[in-house]
Write a protein that binds this ligand. Structure first.
Ligand code: NOJ
Length: 572
C-alpha cells in the first residue's frame, strides 16, 4: 500500500511506503562549471544554465542538484566556500540565481543546493579572523592545536599525503583540514558555528530553494582533544571521521532548527557509512535526514586501500548486486535511499560500469534502466544522458582537480610510479566527469567560444546533444522514455524489490511488485548473449521498455538477452 504522507511533517524523514515528492523525484545533477558558458570566459555559469532550461525540462527530470555556486577561490571547485550568501563571480550574480530558480520552478523543477558543512575556504572571513590571533572571537570557529603542545596526533587528509594538520606561523598553531589546506574544518562543537550554519540554510530556503545536498556531513563532529585514532580505524580513517560523538545530536538539532520548518528534500553525502547504519540517519523516528547516498559501489572495482587505482580482480557483478540489494534491504520499511553511478567525484558511468566502445549506447541505456527502476531516488549526472565517456587524459598538465594533481606531485617527490598513477587516473580521476557538456559539433562542443577551463572530450564530433536529438535510437531518447515510464507507474518508486539469479556474474535480474502490478527487470551486464530464465508462474502482460527494440518482444519460456540488453516486462 502506498500512503499519502502528511506534508505537515515538512523536512522530516518518512516511513518507506508513504508517498512524498522527494521519493518520487528524478534528480539531475548539474555541475555548473562544465554545463554551459554564456560569457565566453571558458567557465560554465548560471546564465548558461538559464539558456538550457527547456532542455532540462524536456528530459522529464523534476529536481536539479546544483553543485556549489557560492563565492569561492575554487581550490576544490566550489567546495571551498568564502561567502555562503553570495554567488561566485565566475558563475554570475544573485539576480541570475533568482532568475534560474524562478525558471526552474516555472517548469516544475525543484532545486537543491549543495551545502558545504564540514569546512569553509581559508579565505572565508571567519577563518581570516580565526587565524589572526589566539584571542580573536572567531578563533573557536575552527580546530586549532597550539604548537607548544608538540606535533598534533595524526589525522589523514583526503587531498594531502602530508596529513590534515597544517602549521600556521601567525599564531604558532596547527589547524585541521580533512580536505585541502585551503579547506579548514569548522568547529561544530561551537554553538556559534552551528547557529551561523542554520542561518545560512534558512537564508537559501527563504529564497526558495527546495532542499540541500549536505556535503561531507558525516565528518562534522570531532572528538575533543583529538586523541590518537584507534587501531581499528588506522587504514580506514573515513569510518573514524564519520563516527564523531555528536554527529547525530547536530543532525537532530539541524532538523529541529531548520528542516522541520520547510517542505524540503535533504540528501546527505554519506562517506564512511554502512547500510547497517542507514536508518540512524534516515529513520522516521530519528528526525535527521530524509535520504543519503553511499559509496559502496563507488569502491567496487577499486583497490580497497586506495581510491587511486582500479582493480580488475574486484569487479564481480555478484558483489555489485549484493551492494545494491543490501542498501535496498536497509530502506525496506523505513527511511529512503538514493541511487547513482556518476557524480562529479566519480568517473563516467558508461566507462566504468558499461562498455564505452562497442556497446556505448546499449550499455548506457542498460545503466539508466537500472537507475530508473530501483527503489530509491535516482540521480542522473549531466552528460550521461548522451552517454559521455571518460576523457582519459594523457598528461598531468591536462588535469585541473587538486585530488589528482596533489597525489601526482607527492609521488613525483617521493620517487613513486607516476606513470602507473596516470594510467590509473584515466579510469578513476574525477576530472573524467567534469569535462564540458557536449552540446553540438561546433567549436568546443558548443560549450564556450572562449578557452574551456578543462579540455573538451575530442569525441564530441560524434557524441553530442544535437546529434542525439536527431537519432531516435540515442541514449537521450531512451532516457526520456525511461523517465516517463518511472513516472507513470508507482511500482517503480514504491514497489518491493526482489533480486533473482544472485550468483550470476553477467545477469542482474530483479522484480518489483506493488499490489497487483509486477514487473521484471532483466539486465545483461556483458558483451555476450545470455539466456534468461523467467519465474515459473510468469505470464507476460506487456514489454514496458527494451533497449533492443523488437528483439525479445515476444516473450515465451526461452529468452536470450543480447549484449547489454535491458528489458522491463510487466507480468502476471
Ligand atoms: C565531497 C564533494 O563531493 C567533493 O567534490 C569535495 O572535494 C569534498 N566533499 C570536499 O568538500
Amino acid at each position: 500500500m502506498v500512503e499519502k504522507e502528511d506534508i505537515s511533517t515538512g523536512g522530516e524523514p518518512g516511513i518507506s511506503n508513504k508517498q512524498t515528492w522527494w521519493k518520487e523525484a528524478i534528480v539531475y545533477q548539474l555541475y555548473p562549471r562544465s554545463f554551459k558558458d554564456s560569457n565566453d570566459d571558458g567557465i560554465g555559469d548560471i546564465r548558461g544554465i538559464i539558456s538550457r532550461l527547456d532542455y532540462l525540462q524536456s528530459l522529464g527530470i523534476n529536481v536539479v542538484w546544483l553543485n556549489p555556486v557560492f563565492s569561492s577561490p575554487n581550490d576544490d571547485m566550489g567546495y571551498d566556500v568564502s561567502d555562503y550568501r553570495n554567488i561566485m563571480t565566475e558563475m554570475g550574480t544573485m539576480d541570475d540565481f533568482e532568475e534560474l530558480l524562478k525558471g526552474l520552478h516555472q517548469r516544475g523543477i525543484k532545486l537543491i543546493a549543495d551545502l558545504v558543512l564540514n569546512h569553509t575556504s581559508d579565505e572565508h572571513e571567519w577563518f581570516v579572523r580565526s587565524k589572526s590571533s589566539r584571542s580573536d572571537p572567531f578563533r573557536n570557529f575552527y580546530h586549532w592545536w597550539p604548537a607548544e603542545k608538540g606535533i598534533p596526533p595524526k589525522r589523514s587528509s583526503v587531498f594531502h599525503e602530508e596529513g590534515a594538520w597544517t602549521y600556521d606561523e601567525q599564531t604558532d598553531s596547527y589547524y585541521l583540514h580533512y580536505f585541502s589546506r585551503k579547506q579548514p574544518d569548522l568547529n561544530w562543537e561551537n554553538p556559534a558555528v552551528r547557529k551561523e550554519m542554520y542561518a545560512i540554510m534558512k537564508f537559501w530556503l527563504d529564497k526558495g530553494v527546495d532542499g540541500f545536498r549536505l556535503d561531507a556531513f558525516t565528518f562534522i563532529s570531532k572528538e575533543s582533544g583529538y586523541p590518537e585514532i584507534p587501531e581499528q580505524y588506522k587504514d580506514d580513517y573515513f569510518s573514524y571521521y564519520s563516527s564523531g560523538p555528536r554527529l547525530h545530536d547536530y543532525l537532530q538539532e539541524m532538523n529541529r532548527e531548520v528542516f522541520c520548518k520547510y517542505d524540503l528534500m535533504t540528501v546527505g553525502e554519506a562517506s564512511g557509512i554502512t547500510s547497517g547504519q542507514a536508518l540512524l540517519f534516515t529513520g522516521s523516528e530519528r528526525k535527521e535526514l530524509q535520504t543519503l547516498y553511499h559509496f559502496d559501489h563507488a569502491n567496487w572495482g577499486r583497490k580497497t586501500t586506495s581510491l587511486y587505482y582500479p582493480d580488475e580482480n574486484n569487479r564481480k557483478l555478484s558483489d555489485l548486486k549484493k551492494i545494491f540489494t543490501s542498501w535496498n534491504t536497509a530502506f525496506e520499511n523505513d527511511g529512503w535511499g538514493a541511487v547513482y553511478f556518476t557524480t562529479h567525484d566519480q568517473s563516467r558511468m558508461v566507462s566504468r560500469f558499461g562498455n564505452d566502445t562497442t556497446y556505448r549506447k546499449e550499455s548506457s541505456k542498460l545503466l539508466f534502466t537500472f537507475l530508473l527502476s530501483m527503489r530509491a531516488t535516482p540521480y542522473i549526472y549531466q552528460g550521461d544522458e548522451i552517454s559521455m565517456r571518460n576523457i582519459r587524459f594523457e598528461n598531468i598538465t591536462d588535469y585541473r582537480d587538486l585530488h589528482t594533481i596533489n597525489y601526482y606531485n607527492h609521488l613525483a617527490a617521493s620517487g613513486g610510479d607516476v606513470q602507473a598513477f596516470l594510467t590509473a587516473q584515466k579510469e578513476v580521476a574525477r576530472d573524467n566527469s567534469r569535462t564540458p557538456f557536449q552540446w553540438s559539433t561546433k567549436k568546443n562542443a558548443g560549450f564556450t567560444n572562449g578557452t574551456p577551463w578543462i579540455n573538451v572530450n575530442p569525441d564530441y564530433d560524434t557524441i553530442n546533444m544535437e546529434s542525439a536529438e536527431k537519432d531516435t535510437g540515442s541514449t537521450l531518447h531512451y532516457v526520456r522514455e525511461m523517465i516517463a515510464l518511472r513516472k507513470s507507474l508507482p511500482v517503480f518508486v514504491y514497489g518491493d524489490y526482489t533480486l533473482m539469479e544472485e550468483e550470476s556474474e553477467t545477469l542482474f535480474i530483479y522484480t518489483r511488485r506493488l499490489e497487483d502490478t509486477r514487473v521484471l527487470v532483466a539486465l545483461n551486464f556483458s558483451d555476450h548473449q545470455n539466456p534468461l530464465t523467467l519465474p515459473a508462474d510468469f505470464t507476460l502482460v506487456k514489454v514496458l521498455i527494451n533497449n533492443y527494440p523488437g528483439v525479445n518482444n515476444e516473450i515465451n519460456n526461452k529468452v536470450t538477452l543480447q549484449p547489454w540488453q535491458a528489458i522491463i516486462l510487466e507480468y502476471k
